[in-house]
Write a protein that binds this ligand. Structure first.
Ligand SMILES: O=C(O)C1=C[C@@H](OP(=O)(O)O)[C@@H](O)[C@H](O)C1
Ligand SMILES: C=C(OP(=O)(O)O)C(=O)O
Length: 424
């Protein structure tokens, strides 16, 4: 048992170039997709090197409530599909993947499944998924606000078919319908109608994993994804390290002028975090990928950048923190949708970086930052793991930064504070 970190937590300073080789925990997005697909398969699957964190434990518990057996006792999790024998409550915590991916699966189980989550989760959007499920033949009871709480009444089968959604608030709306769609009587044909869908690499990840499970997916037209009805083959997945959670560690090399290697960085991946390679290079780092992993070397230069992060919005908090330390202005664009993440990340970043002296302007769809001297103070996280990452990045470069509720990193990274301190 690790001791909980102090709250607020004095973020350790990197007062020397940090040289480290790190092995990071598995990807949240890959683990939770692997668990969902395993629960829909026609035999048991193994999820190797599963991420053990709050979001993935909530997913395992949710799928257990729907009748699957999920053995999480070892490093490799074993999922045996099944159907529920009783009504159940599903706790989504603050996990978008649980709130969006599980209701379409619940329609295939039998019983009344009552979904709820953390207080902030009741403000994150889900209405488009609930509307789509109704159009596909699933009964959903809610109060009409399009948020938690709601109840899915599963009957053991879902007619499926064509559905139109506006997924401009979250790519997870599309992934959710695709993941369960092969098990619907007519499959699903999902069309997006609205402003551009954010985080497209995450939909590509869904499609790639469905294909690994033998599911036929047609994504040849923009804004349309069609999943043919059919069985989901059991597959053993080896989970890659979480590349988005690599951001603070690579940032440490960038800001301290050191060198950090993240072991087992895949040469080919569907993870959005892979975009860090280009972003850090544009900020002035030397980046190389070899058989050991990805190495980022800080050069002593940290340039500002102009980045459209629409596809990789989950990187925005860490990138914004680095931009606040850069020696030239930055503009981060295309990320209005991250206002619907664990907190309104644009408002939270503007407030918290600003409180430490950053010259930051909040725009409807992004942030701009100009060089300014930073100082210590309390950095609030709003229960958002990636806000905590932003706080520790600034704290590594600036004296006296205290990160409130650093333990919120447990959403996707066990004992983050202990691991981080171990490098400094
Ligand atoms: O499907 C997924 O695993 C995710 C999709 C993205 O969500 P949005 O499309 O809501 O940005 C991403 O930001 C989130 O961290 C994980
Ligand atoms: C947006 C995120 O999470 P979630 O899966 O809860 O949407 C995130 O991890 O940055």
């Amino acid at each position: 048992m690790t001791t909980p970190p102090a709250d607020p937590w004095p973020a350790p300073r990197a007062d020397h170039p940090v040289d480290a080789v790190v092995t990071l925990p598995g990807s949240k997005s890959l683990t939770n997709r692997a668990l969902v697909l395993a629960s829909l398969a026609d035999g048991p699957s193994v999820v190797r090197r599963a991420l053990r964190s709050r979001d993935t434990s909530l997913m395992a518990a949710a799928l257990t409530s729907l009748g699957s057996h999920v053995d999480t006792s070892g490093e490799d999790w074993v999922v045996t599909p099944g159907v529920a024998s009783a009504d159940a409550a599903v706790d989504c915590g603050l996990a978008g993947t649980v709130m969006r991916f599980v209701p379409p699966v619940a329609g295939l189980s039998t019983g009344a499944f009552a979904f709820d989550g953390d207080p902030h989760m009741r403000t994150r959007p889900i209405g488009e998924v609930l509307g789509a499920l109704r159009a596909l033949g699933v009964t959903v009871d809610d109060d009409g606000r399009g948020t938690l709480p709601f109840t899915v009444r599963g009957t053991g089968s879902v007619p499926g078919g064509l559905v139109v959604v506006d997924a401009s608030a979250s790519s997870q709306f599309i992934s959710a319908l695709l993941l369960a769609g092969a098990r619907y009587d007519r499959g699903v044909d999902v069309r997006h109608d609205g402003k551009p869908v954010p985080s497209l690499p995450h939909i590509d990840m869904t499609v790639a994993m469905l294909r690994e499970h033998g599911v036929e997916v047609d994504d040849s037209d923009a804004n349309r994804w069609s999943v043919a009805p059919g069985p989901v083959k059991p597959v053993d997945h080896l989970i890659e390290p979480d590349l988005s959670n690599a951001a603070p560690f690579l940032a440490l090399a960038a800001l301290s002028g050191g060198s950090v290697t993240v072991r087992d960085w895949p040469r080919l991946t569907t993870q959005a975090g892979d975009a860090l390679r280009g972003i850090l290079e544009r900020m002035g780092c030397v980046v190389s990928l070899d058989d050991t992993g990805l190495t980022v070397r800080g050069t002593g230069e940290l340039h500002g950048v102009d980045e459209d992060l629409h596809d990789v919005g989950e990187l925005a908090p860490a990138v914004a923190a680095l931009c606040a330390l850069a020696t030239s202005p930055s503009h981060l664009r295309g990320i209005a949708h991250i206002r619907g993440h664990e907190t309104d990340r644009l408002a939270a970043l503007a407030t918290e970086l600003g409180a430490l002296g950053a010259d930051v302007t909040e725009h409807p769809d992004g942030l701009s930052l100009r060089p300014a001297p930073l100082h210590g103070g309390v950095f609030h996280t709003y229960a958002d793991h990636r806000m905590a990452h932003a706080g520790v990045i600034v704290g590594a470069a600036v004296d006296g930064v205290l990160v409130e509720n650093v333990a919120t990193t447990g959403k996707t990274f066990p004992d983050f504070a202990g691991f981080w301190s171990g490098l400094l």
